[in-house]
Design a protein around this ligand. Structure first.
Ligand code: ATP
Length: 517
């Protein structure tokens, strides 16, 4: 684990050193849980967004996009339940003065029981080899049974406290923390305050005070921008159910505990799609979207073993089914995307608060109804982090040297091709520029002439550039260059005129999209 934490620290510094992610307002020592994307980060981020957007809007005839404003009428958030219920239960440790989310402390404790069980299973699997029967082992091993009983008991109490009638049972949560003897990771003590509710929305004022300014919120999710536009899009686009509306945009949450770099930020970006369906069909669509979204993730080639579904124990007030897609980060399996069956909650609430009829007339069934909704909601920044974590490698080379390489999926890499003149003489720079001028319309190219070729390769490896070509003396004679592959480090001689056809397909988002069909 300590080793994994070290790797994570290295990834964070790599992100800064190579222009992927900087702390916000860095010269003023940063701002808590707010980050800026640098010259390489913005390219990777844009590519992630394109991969998502195109998979939704290009590959589905019945999904269209919108771009709603961040500021919304304040009643939106009353209707959606965020003013009253978008709270996290927080607890402070009096000794360390650190603040935690009570639900996260308990979920971590559940995770510890799960880890203990998993360790026993792995030990036994090693001991018994092929003969190992996990089901039988789980049902009979004393230590597993003991930890499972503790897990089940805690799980049950936790669910009861989170789903208590009248809102979260704050005293119940505190009692669980005391009974489980959960300590503050900093002070190591159990000197806890009571659990309190904390609303995560940022507030600001619109208009001058003399005018009668009104309090508005920075949106904590992009979804509501879609719900309030449901009628506009359905009518103007003549959309027939089932259909979806996709949106990418900023969201803001005043997170209590902002940790783990860009995993939990106060300003972040979401890619959300709300799929409007006929009531009663939601569980089928929920299953379908789970499958579609998991495929989108696995299509990046990071290995199916690094993903899992985590079904929610605590359903939000609006949901009748919910799951997370979790990815194996260096700090454990963590949520990257949520898939929620939101029923007709949001549209009905907006109908109630706005006084407008928000329904769908189904011509096939000759009746009107309020559509149900399946939502897929993924954080761009978390996706970015998962890609960085999986791609980062410090590789030991046969000659004893090490190189740091980002094995980014080529289609997402910020720069696709780097072109180097071997020397600054003999018209090599001009030839290299000529190649770039030709290819820059097809993919992102970068010119580099400083330092030895070996150093230039290392710099390109560190930003995940999949291909480098070198222009040398022979190029001037026969129009061939050496093409070097980032992952294998193999070099081969190719004709300049073949470069586009060799590279373009491998680095295009289209190539990723085709694999989804
Ligand atoms: P968590 O339980 O981690 O707080 P959540 O369940 O509240 O997340 P959702 O409301 O389902 O998250 O939001 C959908 C997605 O938005 C998440 O899967 C995540 O990728 C992203 N997201 C949510 N909060 C943040 C944040 N503070 N920073 C970065 N991304 C976030």
């Amino acid at each position: 684990m300590a080793q994994q934490e070290d790797v994570f620290k290295k990834i964070v510094s790599h992100c800064k050193e190579y222009g992927f992610v900087f702390p916000s307002s860095d010269i003023y020592d940063g701002l808590g849980a707010v980050y800026d994307y640098g010259q390489n980060g913005v390219e990777l981020k844009n590519n992630i967004k394109q991969y998502w957007w195109q998979s939704m809007v290009l590959l589905h005839e019945n999904i269209v996009g919108i771009d709603a404003a961040i500021f919304m009428h304040p009643t939106t958030w009353k209707a959606s339940g965020h003013v009253d219920a978008f709270n996290d239960p927080l607890i402070d440790n009096r000794d360390s003065k650190k603040r935690y989310r009570a639900d996260v402390l308990i979920e971590d404790q559940l995770g510890k029981y799960e880890d203990k069980i998993q360790k026993e299973i792995e030990k036994a699997r090693k001991r018994f080899g092929d003969k190992f029967d996990e089901v039988q082992f789980r049902a009979t091993n004393e230590r597993v049974l003991e930890n499972q009983a503790k897990f089940d008991n805690l799980h049950h109490r936790y669910q009861e406290a989170m789903n208590a009638a009248g809102g979260i049972d704050l005293e119940g949560l505190k009692q669980i923390i005391l009974d489980e003897e959960i300590v503050c990771p900093i002070s190591g003590t159990r000197n806890w305050t009571d659990v309190r509710q904390f609303n995560l929305m940022f507030k600001t004022e619109m208009g001058s005070t003399a005018d009668g300014a009104s309090t508005i919120y920075l949106r904590p999710e992009t979804a509501q921008g879609i719900f309030v536009n449901y009628l506009n899009v359905q009518k103007t686009g003549r959309m027939k159910i089932p259909f979806g509306i996709a949106q990418i945009g900023k969201a803001f949450r005043n997170e209590i505990v902002a940790r783990q770099f860009i995993f939990r930020m106060r300003e972040f970006e979401q890619m959300e799609m709300q799929f409007f369906i006929q009531p009663g069909t939601e569980l089928d669509w929920f299953a379908k979207w789970k499958e579609t979204r998991m495929k989108w993730h696995q299509n990046l080639g990071f290995g199916a073993e690094n993903y899992r579904f985590h079904d929610h124990d605590k359903l939000a007030h609006y949901a009748n089914a919910a799951t997370d897609i979790e990815f194996r980060m260096p700090f454990g399996f963590k949520e990257v995307e949520g898939i929620h069956s939101r029923t007709d909650f949001d549209l009905s609430q907006h109908a109630k608060y706005s006084g407008k009829k928000i329904e769908y007339f189904d011509p096939d069934r000759n009746e009107s109804y309020t559509p149900y909704v399946i939502e897929t909601s993924i954080g761009v920044d978390r996706m970015f982090l998962s890609i960085m974590c999986h791609s980062y490698e410090e590789q030991q080379l046969p000659d004893g040297q090490t190189r740091t390489v980002l094995h980014l999926p080529a289609a997402l890499a910020p720069v696709k091709l780097a072109v180097f003149p071997l020397t600054k003489k003999d018209c090599m720079p001009e030839k290299a520029q000529e190649i770039i001028n030709d290819l820059r319309f097809h993919f992102n190219c970068k010119y580099e002439e400083k330092d030895q070729i070996g150093k230039r390769y290392r710099r390109m490896d560190a930003i995940g550039c999949p291909y480098c070509v070198t222009v040398d003396q022979q190029t001037l004679e026969d129009n061939t260059v050496t093409l070097r592959d980032r992952d294998t480090m193999e070099q081969r001689r190719v004709n300049i005129s073949d470069l586009r056809s060799i590279i373009e397909d491998k680095v295009s988002i289209t190539s990723l999209l085709k694999k989804l069909l």
